[in-house]
Design a protein around this ligand. Structure first.
Ligand code: SF4
Length: 356
């Protein structure tokens, strides 16, 4: 039996299952730098340490030892299925018969980094910038596709001293397809610990990036709140319909609201002139997402739209009004159909976003 085990980024992040599997193995095969994380678990066992680039040899050795009837622990950092030994082993397993394998997942760099940054992941892609086994053209194609589809993108192995081209060329693609102010989380591990910082795509400096860094590039809705990087999923926040909003939507449903700027309003411009006042009261209130500039008023339980100008853009208004009649037939639908409204909001944010 071969247990392909992911030990995560450090001993503290190992799962109980990974610890138990290493304890019960007869032979431990791993990359020599990982042994420090499992030193106390390998005492009295056959320990085989290999170097970087010896992955196929490690997998072959694991198979040969298991065929001798031994329980082998083939140990990867992170998760064995994410650029780890799982892929290597399964690539050659067809050469042999009767090899039993179990895969024990570990905390991969993207999960670890996301935890350090806050909650940056929604739908996401993981791309390694290592071009040792992958042509740069493939890396660039994947970066472009993921960026255009507005995935959050986690980048492994972004940069080394000798290998800078995948990073430089991919950053160019990201800047062409995403807004320059797109949020980027940087998590760099070293012997001294973990360094975490958050910046924007246009300010991304190579000084903090090396092979032990994971980058998480946000999507068009990612924002920073209280120092955390957040990509909202769009959960529904319950809230009563404000009386003024009710009165506004009663008029809206009768087609009796202002088109374009309402210059005659005593509060005009409540944001910036010129602004479209068609949705004087936002149909998504309270969206509870800071991606458009809205924010919670602390300790009051109130949502403030003061810094959200998005709802007053012509393109936004055009996008919303095409689908809104299918969702709101009466004012109470602002509450009853909130999930559909929030989906419409996300759709319109995506469709009204502008890249650099
Ligand atoms: S105005 Fe903006 S911040 Fe306020 S609820 Fe609407 S979308 Fe959200």
């Amino acid at each position: 039996m071969i247990s392909v085990i992911g030990i995560g980024p450090s001993r503290e992040d190992m799962t109980f299952r990974a610890v138990d599997a290493i304890k019960s193995a007869d032979v431990i095969i791993t990359y020599k730098s990982y042994v420090k994380y499992i030193q106390d678990l390998v005492v009295g066992k056959e320990l085989i340490l290999k170097g970087m680039g010896d992955e196929i040899k490690r997998a072959e050795l694991a198979i040969s030892k298991s065929k001798e009837g031994k329980h082998v622990a083939l140990v990867s950092s992170g998760d064995p299925g994410v650029f780890g030994m799982g892929n290597v082993l399964f690539q050659i397993i067809g050469k042999y018969s009767g090899v039993k394998v179990e895969v024990i997942p570990g905390v991969t760099a993207v999960n670890f980094s996301a935890g350090m940054l806050g909650a940056p992941l929604h739908d996401f892609a993981v791309i390694s910038f290592s071009d040792i086994l992958t042509p740069i053209s493939e890396i660039k194609r994947k970066v472009k596709a993921a960026s255009e589809a507005d995935f959050v993108i986690a980048i492994y192995n972004p940069l080394s001293k000798t290998r800078t081209k995948p990073f430089e060329e991919s950053l160019k693609i990201l800047l062409e397809t995403k807004k320059p102010e797109t949020i980027v989380g940087i998590v760099r591990s070293s012997e001294d610990g973990v360094d975490v910082s958050i910046t924007t795509l246009d300010k991304l400096s190579t000084s903090k990036i090396n092979m032990s860094t994971t980058l998480i590039v946000g999507n068009s809705m990612t924002y920073i709140e209280e120092g955390y990087m957040i990509t909202p999923r769009g959960y529904r926040v319950s809230y009563p319909i404000h009386q003024l909003s009710r009165e506004f939507y009663e008029k809206y449903l009768k087609g009796d609201v202002n088109e374009g700027p309402n210059i005659g309003c005593e509060y005009y411009p409540c944001h910036n002139h010129p602004q479209n006042c068609k949705f004087c009261y936002c149909p998504f209130y309270p969206c509870g997402e800071g991606s458009t500039g809205g924010k919670w008023i602390k300790d009051k339980g109130l949502w403030s739209c003061e810094d959200c100008e998005w709802i007053h853009n012509d393109k936004t208004v055009e996008c919303i009004q095409t689908k809104l009649p299918q969702i709101i037939e009466e004012v109470d639908d602002l509450k009853n159909n909130k999930k559909e409204l929030l989906k419409l909001r996300r759709d319109c944010i995506y469709n009204t976003r502008e890249s650099s």
